[in-house]
Design a protein around this ligand. Sequence first.
Ligand code: NAD
Length: 283
Amino acid sequence: MSAQIINGKQISESIREELRLEVEQLKQNGITPGLVVILVGEDPASQVYVRNKAKACEQLGYYSEVVRVPAETSQDELLALIHKYNEQRNIHGILVQLPLPKHIEEKAIIDAISVEKDVDGFHPESVGNLMIGDDALLPCTPSGVIELLKRTGNHPAGKHVVVIGRSNIVGKPVSMLLLRENATVTICHSRTPNLPEMARQADMLVVAVGVAKLVKKEWVKPGAVVIDVGMNRLPDGKLCGDVDYDDVLDAAGWITPVPGGVGPMTITMLMANTLKSAKRARV
Ligand code: NAD
């Protein structure tokens, strides 16, 4: 039997509808959520991401600023910009689009963002809060994965979830979130032996590797939920995931397509974080 498709576009749209209602209420109390996105240089992919973030702000009625600075901007200049927005009261979220040019130390920039405005959830204090289960702004792609699971009735509690990938952006935080949701979590990575065998034990498989079509049907326990975070550009220009979708479709119980699965959730969760921060700033 063919897997049920997890439609990230549709789920993302319904979350945005919920956000829109909350924003309306907040605005009646005189608060408009505000996001600044800072782009250093002219990386084409980053330009698309930044444009989409600004578009989402507009769609939801947020205040937004996009600050484009040249690739030669010094680290000190970028830090000064962040300090300015840390102080600016109508801004509730600061996002510095990654990757940064090589002469700028990414960690110094992330550390400089005020933790209250860390809507990417990459600040060490946000990561620590996630780890110990305190309230935190959660990283967007991982929290998008959790929403996809819950909103399709695939609650992770009690399930064995295998996460492939251990990056700070996806693999590690999604594993922590799944643990918080009471899943039993196994984290696999590039040095894990017998990867297909490990993956095949999963009730739910989350793949964030960056290798096109790595996961085949032999890796998937029949009926398992497969969440594909990967976004890879094929030589013909098409986008594909880390899961061989056509191959796995008949083995999985549920599956996210690429595009249209995890991807649309990332910006939506960024919007949710900005709103959360705006609501907190108010009290
Ligand atoms: P990364 O390169 O930082 O990390 C990849 C991880 O995969 C590493 O932990 C590594 O150990 C593991 N790995 C690499 N090769 C492997 C192999 N052959 N077998 C098993 N594990 C292996 O990547 P990332 O930032 O975590 O991103 C992963 C993928 O997710 C990429 O395709 C990226 O484009 C995509 N991504 C998508 C979104 C989204 O919004 N949909 C957001 C972030 C990342």
